[in-house]
Design a protein around this ligand. Structure first.
Ligand code: FAD
Length: 326
């Protein structure tokens, strides 16, 4: 029997998250020509099964129940583990998101599997599958080779592996509605979830991030950055310095103790470039730094640097991008 590799899909706001399609591609790279099965868990998610099927998986298993409206590790974990017991996967792939980071170790413990987290690339070398992941806060990369039998759990960092195209023929995959059996008792019940979005674009998956540091000087100081982000369809992020100063919410924090982002373009405004901040953004494809101190460490990692006052530079950039993109 051929091996099966399972992708655990994630949704937000009634849509499949891009990291799900990246996980499909990761499963394809890890599995060669093996079978791919996606698991879709949530409330009212059944309508997304065809789109997921169109990404080139062989099967979609849908666990759809009103009881799964809000993510709760006890509930989602029980639903997922029961299905994994039946599927007997070779690999289980999650997005390296808040939910994926929470669920993956529980699935690994349940399956008695090894886990490789925060994978940024997967390649095959002969019979070997090699997983690349950053270490030392992104200062170096290690490559892990899968050895031995038994299942493996993997989380993939958003925005690193090219997503599988979602335009395939949905008819080729089987879609199965799975029963949801509630755990007999719950330690936690989630009543509601209040989302703190960084503007309109999801920070973890944004192609462009405009980020502000203590140099913005106040909550109002973020306004020019939000305008620039609006023109570029970008997400707004922040350094911990800006969060600690109360200029913005901690949901925006990027870095070692915040979110890790890998956008195409990262624009750092009034951020000094402390090592803990770099841990969250140094893998961005192009880094643009705006800082009035020419000696600021952020310029060491920047591809383009502008030495100047962000309150002069950011509105000029916004105007020029607005004209260029019109
Ligand atoms: P500052 O270091 O004060 O830099 C402000 C910069 O703005 C300066 O370079 C200044 O030249 C420039 N500036 C000022 N005014 C202007 C202007 N008008 N125009 C242009 N430039 C201007 N930090 C994070 O960011 N993320 C983390 O996850 C994180 N985790 C941490 C974990 C630990 C355990 C510790 C100890 C620290 C952590 N930090 C983290 C904090 C980190 O060490 C720095 O203190 C923080 O990143 C500094 O934020 P900043 O660059 O905004 O502020």
């Amino acid at each position: 029997m051929s091996k099966v590799h399972v992708i655990v899909a994630e949704t937000r706001g009634g849509k499949l998250r891009q990291v799900t399609f990246e996980a499909v591609q990761a499963a394809r790279q890890a599995g060669g020509g093996d079978r791919l099965a996606a698991v879709l868990i949530g409330a009212g998610v059944g309508s997304l099964a065809d789109e997921l099927a169109g990404a080139g998986v062989d099967a979609v298993h849908v666990i759809d129940s009103p009881a799964l409206e809000f993510y709760n590790p006890e509930v989602y974990g029980a639903a997922l583990n029961a299905l994994l017991d039946r599927l007997q996967p070779d690999t289980v792939i999650f997005g390296h998101t808040a939910i994926g980071r929470d669920l993956a170790p529980a699935a690994a413990a349940h399956l008695q599997a090894g886990q490789i987290s925060d994978v940024t690339a997967i390649e095959r070398s002969g019979a070997d599958v090699l997983f690349t992941r950053p270490v030392y806060a992104g200062k170096a990369f290690e490559q892990k080779k899968r050895t031995g039998g038994g299942p493996l759990v993997v989380t993939v960092r958003p925005n690193n592996i090219a997503p599988a195209a979602a335009d395939g023929a949905a008819g080729t995959a089987s879609v199965t509605a799975e029963a949801y059996d509630a755990p007999p008792s719950l330690r936690t019940v989630i009543k509601d979830v209040v989302r703190k979005m960084s503007g309109r674009v999801d920070l973890a998956e944004a192609k462009i991030v405009v980020s502000g540091g203590r140099g913005v000087k106040s909550a109002d100081g973020f306004k020019p950055l939000e305008e620039l982000a609006g023109v570029l369809n970008a997400a707004v992020g922040a350094s911990r310095g800006a969060c600690d100063a109360g200029y913005c919410d901690y949901a925006l924090q990027i870095g070692q103790t915040g979110k890790v982002v890998t956008p195409e373009i990262y624009i750092a405004c009034g951020i000094s470039g402390a090592i803990q901040h770099l841990a969250g953004m140094s893998q961005s494809r192009i880094i643009i730094a705006i800082n009035k101190d020419a000696e600021a460490p952020i310029f060491k990692v920047a591809d383009y640097g502008i030495v100047g006052d962000l309150f002069d530079v950011v509105p000029l950039l916004t105007e020029e991008f607005r004209k260029a993109l019109a």
